[in-house]
Design a protein around this ligand. Structure first.
Ligand SMILES: Cc1cc2nc3c(=O)[nH]c(=O)nc-3n(C[C@H](O)[C@H](O)[C@H](O)COP(=O)(O)OP(=O)(O)OC[C@H]3O[C@@H](n4cnc5c(N)ncnc54)[C@H](O)[C@@H]3O)c2cc1C
Length: 319
């Protein structure tokens, strides 16, 4: 038996979620071989990056017809790979692409499917998987028989760079009677953000605790006093229009992995944690000692942010 990970690339750029899906696969592989399937055109150059994520074999389905994602053709390719490899588990990221074609894939392959898994483990001959319900307030565990199809939540599994070499094999792309019912006519790049919170080494993140937009300057002052720091936020700050969407951390925002994450007036809802729990060091300031953010914090300060932050700014000015 084996595990098949369907990797995702767009315009020749490998998605981080592919490496996370690989980490999920490695965590349940036991002794099984992990095969990574890369679909696209002119994508051979991505094979070693995929291999470093822990694959034993990288299978490349390369054809001009596969340049852009289409439900019909990508599903046909994965079905063919499933036929060739007979995997016990087929895994992809819970991305717009995974959500679009994995249910159809599962139905065509006659396998049960569970989407948006946040935890996976082996259980006897099958798989135990966990999903979250009611905005993360409840975790539900499922026992699945194998073979099965899974998508994994973005940010729930940390990609590991195994640094190993993998066999790379080109798959014979035979699309048979499959034809695409959709056509990608082009990609539109969203307007460039002034800052890229995903690449920053230090992220200062503010939550609803800041109360109103007019209170932002002191936090902006803190950010500009720290070299390489950027300002980010939880969703309510974005929804209220206090900061642009590109600054949102969390499941419906961006995933950040800085060296330091400073959470100011953020409660630590699961949707927020999934976007920052990969941070190397977390400092949280919250006046509620029971705030869930303290469970992921390396240093927790139970205090009013309007006392702490101006004091921090003053300290930084002395340096
Ligand atoms: C489908 C879905 C997707 C979502 N996606 C995201 C997402 O991507 N990112 C995200 O962040 N959220 C997301 N959410 C929302 C999420 O559930 C929470 O509602 C949100 O993260 C809460 O933001 P918050 O911590 O800023 O606010 P709150 O939960 O209201 O917490 C504010 C915190 O500030 C503290 N506080 C208040 N005043 C002070 C003060 N003066 N000093 C110190 N502490 C103070 C309070 O004690 C409290 O803990 C999503 C929800 C759903 C349902």
């Amino acid at each position: 038996m084996a595990i098949l990970v369907v990797c995702e690339q767009r315009q020749g750029e490998l998605k981080e979620t592919s490496l996370e899906a690989m980490a999920a696969a490695v965590s349940v592989a036991g002794g099984e071989k992990v095969h990574a399937l890369l679909i696209g055109s002119g994508i051979e150059g991505l094979a070693q990056a995929v291999a470093r994520g822990g694959a034993d074999e990288v299978v490349i389905a390369d054809s001009p017809e596969l340049t852009c994602y289409t439900y019909d053709l990508y599903r046909a390719v994965v079905l063919k790979a499933v036929g060739d490899i007979s995997p016990s588990v087929v895994i992809a990221g819970h991305t717009s692409q995974g959500m679009d074609f994995f249910p159809g894939l599962a139905a065509s392959a006659g396998m049960p499917m569970l989407s948006d898994c946040v935890k996976l483990s082996r259980s006897g001959d099958g798989i135990e998987a966990a999903r979250q319900l009611y905005g993360g307030k409840i975790e539900v565990r499922y026992a699945l028989p194998v073979p099965c199809v899974l998508t994994v939540r973005q940010g729930a599994f940390s990609s590991v760079m195994a640094g190993k070499e993998a066999e790379v094999r080109k798959m014979q792309v035979d699309l048979g009677s499959a034809s695409a019912r959709t056509e990608v006519t082009g990609y539109e790049t969203p307007p460039k953000e002034d800052v890229d919170i995903e690449k920053a080494k230090i992220v200062v993140s503010v939550g609803r605790g800041i109360e109103k937009k007019e209170n932002l300057p002191v936090f902006e002052e803190l950010v500009s006093s720290i070299d390489g720091a950027v300002l980010a936020a939880s969703r309510p700050v974005i929804d209220n229009g206090w900061l642009p969407k590109g600054r949102q951390v969390g499941v419906s925002g961006k995933t950040v992995r800085p060296k330091l994450y400073l959470a100011l007036g953020i409660s630590g809802a699961i949707q927020h944690l999934s976007g920052m729990s990969g941070s190397e060091f977390v400092v949280a300031v919250n006046r509620d000692k029971d705030a869930p953010i303290f469970k992921v914090a390396d240093i927790g300060v139970v205090e009013d942010i309007f006392k702490i932050v101006p004091a921090l700014v003053n300290e930084m000015k002395k340096r």
